[in-house]
Design a protein around this ligand. Structure first.
Ligand SMILES: NC(=O)c1ccc[n+]([C@@H]2O[C@H](COP(=O)([O-])OP(=O)(O)OC[C@H]3O[C@@H](n4cnc5c(N)ncnc54)[C@H](O)[C@@H]3O)[C@@H](O)[C@H]2O)c1
Length: 344
C-alpha cells in the first residue's frame, strides 16, 4: 500500500517536497498552512483534496495519514513535530531542526516516547555522491591520518533578502534560531557526521559577522551572515570552518583534507551550489603536487524521501535522525556561545 503523507507549511520548500514524495512512491493527501490563499494555490497545484489552515485540525482529522512532513519555519518545528508524533505519525522535519539544541532534543525524546521515526531533512547531503565518495576516500586509508581540514563555503545570496525575499523570518533569531550556521552550516555537519560518525568537539574559537551591507528595512535582522570557527576534536582532525551567505568575494565551495600520506580537495554541495564536485587526490612532491588516481565516484543513490520511507518500513535507520540533528545544533549553539560577534 502507498504511504500517506501530510505536509505542514505550503511555502517555497514544500513544493519541492510534494514532487519528491510522489517520485518516492508516496501520496500527499493533506496540506496545512495559515495563509488561506497560499494554501488554496498549493492544494490546487499539487492536486491535494484536504487543506487546513490549522495543522492541529489536520492531525486530528487525518487519521489515515502516517507521515507528517514539517515544512514550516523553524520556530514552529518543535510544537508541530511533537504534536504530530503524539498523534501517532512519523515525522520528517525540515532543517534547521529547531530554534536551539534543547528544543531539538525534546523532539527526539518525543519520537522515542511515541515509538515513531523522526528524521531531519538537511538537504540530501548525507546521501549525496560527494559525501559518499568522501567517506570512501577517507575510510580507504589512502590519506593516512587526517590532521587538518579546511572547509570554506560561501555564496552570493541571503535568504529573506536576495533569496526567498518574502521569508523575512530567516533574519530574525527568535524565528530562525540562527543565521548562516543554522541555515547552511548543518549541511556541512551532515557531511562531517557521515564521515567521522559524529564529532567530539573539545575546543572552539569562533567569530561571527553581521551587518554586511544590509538593506534598510524595518524588520528584525539579528542573525549572523558569516561565521568562521576553528574546532579541535578529541579524536580527529583540527577543523577550520568558514560559512558565509554572501560576501563581496566570488563564491567559494571547497574542502581540503590534509592527510599524513595524501591530500584530498573537492567541492561539496555541488547539486545545490551548481558546481562540479572536482575531486583531486594529491601527494606532496618537491617539484609540486603529484596527482594520484581517484577512486571511482560513488554511484547515484536514494534521496531523503526514499530513505525516510525505508525507515518507516523498518528497513534501516533514516539518514539523519532527530537525535543526530539535535547533536549538530548543540555544536552550533556551542560555537555561538564561544563566538565573538562583530557587527561590521
Ligand atoms: N526555501 C528553501 O530553499 C529551503 C531549502 C531547504 C530547507 N528549507 C527549510 O524549510 C523550512 C521552510 O522554508 P521556506 O523557505 O519554505 O519558508 P517559507 O516562508 O517560504 O514557507 C513557510 C510556510 O509556512 C507557513 N506557516 C507559517 N506558520 C504556519 C502555521 N502555524 N501552520 C502552517 N503553516 C504555517 C507560511 O504561511 C509559509 O507558507 C525552513 O525550515 C527552511 O530552513 C528551505
Amino acid at each position: 500500500m502507498r504511504h500517506r503523507v501530510a505536509l505542514v507549511g505550503a511555502g517555497m520548500i514544500a513544493h519541492h517536497h510534494a514532487e519528491k514524495w510522489r517520485e518516492a512512491g508516496a501520496d500527499v493527501v493533506a496540506i496545512a498552512d495559515v495563509e488561506p490563499r497560499v494554501l488554496a494555490a498549493f492544494a490546487k497545484k499539487h492536486g491535494i483534496a484536504a487543506a487546513y489552515t490549522d495543522y492541529a485540525e489536520l492531525l486530528w482529522r487525518e487519521a489515515t495519514v502516517e507521515i507528517v512532513d514539517v515544512c514550516a519555519p523553524p520556530w514552529l518545528h518543535a510544537p508541530m513535530t511533537i504534536a504530530a508524533l503524539e498523534s501517532g505519525k512519523h515525522v520528517l522535519c525540515e532543517k534547521p531542526m529547531a530554534l536551539n539544541a534543547t528544543e531539538a532534543e525534546s523532539m527526539a525524546g518525543a519520537a522515542e516516547a511515541a515509538g515513531k521515526v523522526l528524521a531531519c531533512r538537511q538537504g540530501d547531503t548525507r546521501l549525496a555522491r560527494e559525501t559518499r565518495t568522501l567517506r570512501e576516500v577517507v575510510h580507504s586509508g589512502v590519506l593516512g591520518e587526517i590532521y587538518f581540514m579546511r572547509l570554506i563555503a560561501r555564496s552570493l545570496s541571503r535568504p529573506g533578502i536576495e533569496y526567498n525575499p518574502e521569508a523575512r523570518w530567516f533574519l530574525d533569531r527568535t524565528k530562525a534560531g540562527g543565521g548562516v550556521l543554522y541555515d547552511w552550516g548543518v549541511y556541512d555537519l551532515e557531511i562531517l557526521f557521515s564521515v567521522f560518525g559524529g564529532l567530539q568537539v573539545e575546543t572552539i574559537t569562533a567569530t561571527t559577522f553581521g551587518s554586511v551591507e544590509r538593506p534598510k528595512r524595518d524588520i528584525p535582522f539579528d542573525v549572523e551572515e558569516h561565521a568562521v570557527a576553528t574546532l579541535t576534536l578529541r579524536d580527529g582532525p583540527m577543523i577550520f570552518w568558514e560559512r558565509g551567505w554572501a560576501t563581496h568575494l566570488p563564491p567559494e565551495n571547497r574542502w581540503d583534507l590534509y592527510g599524513t600520506r595524501a591530500g584530498f580537495s573537492f567541492s561539496p554541495h555541488s547539486a545545490v551550489l551548481k558546481t562540479e564536485m572536482n575531486p583531486r587526490l594529491t601527494r606532496y612532491g618537491h617539484a609540486g603536487p603529484i596527482s594520484l588516481e581517484m577512486p571511482p565516484l560513488a554511484p547515484p543513490g536514494l534521496d531523503v524521501f526514499e530513505d525516510f520511507l525505508l525507515a518507516v518500513e523498518g528497513v534501516r535507520a533514516p539518514a539523519c535522525s532527530g537525535q543526530e540533528a539535535a547533536t549538530m545544533l548543540r555544536i552550533i549553539d556551542d560555537i555561538y556561545a564561544a563566538a565573538t560577534h562583530i557587527s561590521v
